[in-house]
Design a binder for this molecule. Structure first.
Ligand SMILES: C[S@@+](CC[C@H](N)C(=O)[O-])C[C@H]1O[C@@H](n2cnc3c(N)ncnc32)[C@H](O)[C@@H]1O
Length: 209
């Protein structure tokens, strides 16, 4: 898994080319929807490059990275050691399926590229966990590749989906409409769905409170 992510530096930081590519377009969307202050919980932070980048561009917010994988948490720690951001907390061990989550309240929850590399039960758990810690109107921001209206949005996504299912039959691109339905049942209303580069989508939900 990690080898597929990218490359590790001597100080323990991992570099993912995908994070380098998508961080600016994602940041532009985050600037539109996040509050000016408060705590943002990032689920499945991966290498930590995203949280470092977003925290530096949005210094009014406090950022809490997390991941269920200890190797990724070590990479996040190494990024924090290198960049010393004032508004990024140390990463926490958070597996979305272990409810209740170790964070009790956040103004926003961010989850980039996790739904397709985890079982469908993790999507349900993400929605339930986020709902339990967000205030009314609080943002749950998802980013990643999705099927739309029963079909892939690009041949490259179809190939990616096949690769994922070969690794684990429970993985694979989700139908965005199914995620929206599950989110509605969990107490979220859909805000924006934004077309992003590389056949990805940003999806913004708000907690109904
Ligand atoms: C493809 S990586 C994405 C990492 C990062 N968000 C990015 O976009 O570069 C998927 C991440 O999901 C995390 N993950 C998978 N299942 C998880 C779970 N049940 N709870 C929390 N994180 C999970 C993995 O450890 C990994 O960091």
């Amino acid at each position: 898994m990690l080898k597929a992510v990218g490359q590790q530096l001597e100080d323990g930081r991992w570099l993912a080319p995908s994070a380098e590519r998508n961080r600016e377009p994602i940041l532009a969307e985050l600037k539109r929807v996040l509050p000016n202050a408060g705590l943002v919980l990032e689920i499945a932070s991966g290498t930590g490059e995203h949280v470092i980048h977003f925290a530096s561009a949005l210094p009014g917010l406090t950022w809490q990275p997390s991941d269920s994988d200890a190797t990724f948490r070590r990479s996040i720690e190494a990024w924090i050691a290198k960049e010393a951001p004032a508004n990024v907390r140390m990463p926490i061990d958070l597996d979305v399926r272990r409810l209740p989550w170790p964070v009790k309240r956040a103004q926003a929850v961010l989850c980039i590229n996790m739904l397709h590399v985890s079982p469908w039960a993790a999507t349900q758990a993400l929605l339930d966990g986020a709902k339990s810690i967000l205030p009314a109107g609080g943002v749950l921001f998802l980013y990643g590749p999705y099927r739309r209206f029963g079909a892939h949005t690009a041949p490259s996504n179809a190939a990616f989906d096949e690769q994922l299912r070969a690794i684990d039959p429970e993985w694979g691109l989700r139908d965005l409409e199914a995620v929206v339905e599950l989110a509605g049942a969990a107490g979220f209303r859909l805000g924006d769905v934004v077309d992003m580069p590389g056949n990805n989508f940003s999806v913004v939900f708000r907690s109904e409170g």
